[in-house]
Design a protein around this ligand. Structure first.
Ligand code: HAM
Length: 418
């Protein structure tokens, strides 16, 4: 085998290692998200990382950028086209239909945290492997649930200390009112054709709504002249949107109505929303979501509506405050074989009782071990010398104050856990 240079072995463009130094933020974000989701009645669901390509073509939508150019698609040994999931929503709908979860009496509220894959041009906040925390609700068509999930997202962000956010909301209408809007939009886009990029010119015929997703300046200024969807909503969609906004007011949630917020996926009906942060730069959406009342029916399942959102974990973590709850662990200092054995027993005792405990096995002088405890930022150290073993009393030192006392293991435990 030819030796590979380290460069050949480096990570793939658009992926990144989440190193121990930062992982505490991920854990905190994930734990807080799970806790909040469960408080609102959501249960975890886990689906495979890869699925049949048609699932995303049908679910995410054939005119979405994801399906047109961003999917990680490969052929397996049986010649079947598979895709690494670029988003979670079609997978959960497939799982509900396949497992007939709609026949069960439980609430159809699900959450999920895991990696997603999109072959987009990597930049700050945009990766090829990234992670989402996602929630989905099924069978609840009232605007109350739309407002509740926005309120839940806001509660979660505030629990994580995230400030400076803006909430953008819109309605993209339904099968009834969108066609007439499409027609008007198409006409407007045609009159601006020469100001649109090549990609957007193609979108005029495939799905003119997608022009609003384009970030190019010339397309954005052309799109600013286009008619607004909010002016074309049918009475049902308009009432739904008005009530949704009223409920946001009820929760005292500040928001902006943004008629250009059509989102980059084909499946949305009625409500769409995004939470953006001014601290994020060009890729400023921390989370985005909306209602998709037709997907389950389109998948051959029952006519059950859905709504949800997904939060980008990389973006979330990057705006979380750096303050970390102090690490609280005990460093056990031992000298010689006998002392090491007692130290092992003590470490087991403390760990069994919930105290994080560090023991290094290399022979080192007492002073060296104390300075290791200091360097590693231990909250306490416990010295297990020959005298201590005889008395079954050990020197417990509070590394912050420098106070040292002689204690039994039970007394040490009490001090460290009180
Ligand atoms: P999305 O807007 O495509 O929606 O993604 C949701 C969030 O994932 C974004 O707001 C962003 O924070 C993060 N994100 C997306 N792409 C990347 C990337 N390449 N790198 C880093 N972060 C990224 C969906 O995925 C829908 N499935 C949301 C949904 C759930 N709608 C209804 N239910």
């Amino acid at each position: 085998m030819t030796a590979r240079s380290p460069k050949d072995l480096s990570s793939i463009k658009g992926t990144q290692d989440i190193l121990p130094k930062i992982v505490w933020k991920w854990q905190k974000a994930e734990e807080t998200a799970k806790k909040i989701f469960e408080l609102y009645g959501y249960k975890e669901i886990r689906t495979p990382v890869f699925e049949a390509t048609e699932l995303f073509e049908k679910g995410t939508g054939e005119t979405s950028d994801i399906v047109i150019k961003e999917m990680y698609t490969f052929t397996d040994k049986a010649g079947r086209s598979l895709t690494l999931r670029p988003e979670y929503t079609p997978s959960v709908v497939r799982s509900i239909v396949e497992n007939r979860l709609y026949l069960r009496p439980e609430l159809m509220r699900y959450y999920f945290i895991g990696p997603m894959f999109r072959y987009d041009k990597p930049q700050k906040g945009r990766y090829r492997q990234f992670h989402q925390a996602d929630i989905e609700v099924f069978g609840e068509k009232d605007p109350e649930v739309d407002a509740e999930i926005v309120e839940m997202a806001r509660t979660l962000l505030s629990k994580l200390g995230i400030q400076d956010i803006d909430i953008l909301v819109n309605s993209v209408g339904c099968q009834k009112c969108r066609p007439s809007y499409h027609k008007k939009l198409k006409q407007a886009a045609k009159t601006h054709r020469e100001h649109l990029c090549e990609d957007c010119q193609r979108k005029i015929n495939t799905n003119p709504l997608r022009i609003f997703d384009c970030k190019k300046d010339e397309c954005r200024s052309a799109a600013a002249e286009f008619p607004k969807i909010t002016e074309f909503l049918c009475p049902e969609c308009k009432n739904h949107f008005d009530r949704f906004c009223e409920l946001l007011d009820f929760y005292r949630i500040p928001y902006q109505v943004e008629p250009k917020l059509v989102r980059g996926l084909d499946y949305y009906t009625k409500t769409t929303f995004e939470v953006i942060s001014s601290k994020l730069g060009a890729q400023d959406a921390i989370l985005g979501g909306g209602r998709y009342d037709d997907m389950m029916k389109d998948f051959g399942g029952p006519d059950i509506c859905g709504i949800g959102f997904a939060m980008g974990m990389e973006r979330l973590v990057s705006v979380m405050p750096d303050k970390k709850d102090s690490e609280k662990f005990l460093y056990i200092v031992h000298m010689g074989e006998k002392s090491k054995k007692v130290a092992l027993e003590l470490a087991k005792y403390f760990r069994d009782n919930g105290v994080e405990c560090v023991l290094e096995y290399k022979e080192r002088k007492l002073r060296k071990q104390m300075s290791r405890a200091d360097k590693l930022n231990a909250a306490w150290s416990l010295v297990v010398g020959e005298e201590e073993i005889k008395k079954k009393k050990y020197q417990l030192k509070d590394m912050k104050t420098g106070n040292q006392i002689e204690v039994t293991k039970q007394e040490a435990l009490k001090r460290m856990t009180s």
